[in-house]
Design a protein around this ligand. Structure first.
Ligand code: ATP
Ligand code: MG
Length: 283
């Protein structure tokens, strides 16, 4: 069977998490900063390390079969690729931001203004949808300093915490798009058995990340109350303890409602609660 190629970012914000995801999928490869291509020793896969800007087109054109890249880059390059899996990292927003001087107060005030961005395609569509006509100035980096230099009246840039905007005297003014890293593939290739196998591994890693393994002790008479609180993979595993009146319950709990579930469990008499990370969940 043909060896697959997956393109990931060589260095930058998505590199570390992309490498970690692939390693957690049980793929064994060297991650030297100098190499542009690295074979996986235990799966028919090669990893290409690229600038993120090039990844969508490499996948669309079939040079790589798969890629990990931010949705913002996919939209900007206007490629036609299949979204195989949202990955939940690299979260950020493409935002409009304006100087903190009160001159611009509503979206319409951007009419006739200059907006600096590295995302001209996305911004142009956004402005057209909002019936704004502005002068888009495309710059490749350090967009946030352009209003201070008199190059633009506003900017449209990626923001995660907003710290960079603030330190440049800018305030967020509206969301253009939300983005996260996504695993992409070529359209029509989704049934390739190697891609299916890899997808199963990726999904088992993501599922495990969203859940914790919990073991707790409870008096047998309170077991029913606890069962109604738990929605584990199937029903919880119940193991008798040496003390006849007590059982140990093993289950999984979703990370997102972990703390509220733990207090509910304690309220119905759970004791000695042990929480463990899960490596993989294979359904
Ligand atoms: P490359 O050298 O590969 O072209 P880059 O400088 O274009 O890298 P990075 O800054 O490493 O890109 O960002 C990669 C991706 O990380 C972005 O396209 C975006 O999807 C995501 N990201 C998450 N948070 C942020 C943020 N605060 N600022 C910029 N990008 C972010
Ligand atoms: Mg880039």
């Amino acid at each position: 069977m043909k060896t697959l190629k997956i393109a990931i970012q060589k260095s930058g914000r998505l590199n570390e998490k992309s490498v970690e995801l692939l390693k957690n999928c049980g793929l064994s490869f060297d991650n030297y900063k100098s190499s542009l291509i690295s074979p996986v020793s235990n799966f028919p896969l090669e990893i290409l390390f690229l600038r993120d800007d090039d990844i969508p087109e490499y996948v669309q054109d079939g040079i790589a079969d798969l890629g990990i890249v931010g949705e913002n880059v996919i939209n900007e390059t206007e490629v036609d690729v299949a979204y195989l899996q949202m990955l939940g990292f690299g979260k950020c927003s493409l935002k409009l931001a304006i100087p903190n001087n009160g001159k611009i107060t509503k979206l319409e005030d951007l009419n006739g203004k200059a907006i600096a961005t590295s995302y001209p395609v996305i911004l142009e569509k956004f402005l057209a949808n909002n019936k704004i006509t502005a002068d888009i100035r495309t710059i490749s980096g350090s967009v946030e300093i352009s209003p201070g230099l008199g190059l633009s009246d506003a900017i449209c840039d990626l923001v995660s915490t907003g710290g960079t905007l603030k330190s440049n005297g800018l305030i967020p003014f509206g969301d253009v798009m939300h983005s996260q890293a996504v695993l992409i593939g070529r359209k029509g290739e989704e049934e390739n058995p190697l891609i299916v196998e890899l997808m199963q591994r990726v999904q088992s890693v993501l599922r495990a990340k969203e859940t914790k393994y919990v073991v707790l002790n409870i008096e047998r008479k309170n077991l029913e109350a606890i069962k109604s609180l738990l929605d584990g993979i199937k029903s919880p595993t119940v193991v008798p303890l040496a003390d006849e009146g007590w059982v140990a319950v093993h289950t999984v709990i979703a990370e997102k409602d972990f703390w509220s579930k733990i207090s509910q469990l304690k309220a119905v008499g759970a004791q000695g609660i042990v929480v463990m990370p899960i490596e993989k969940i294979i359904l």
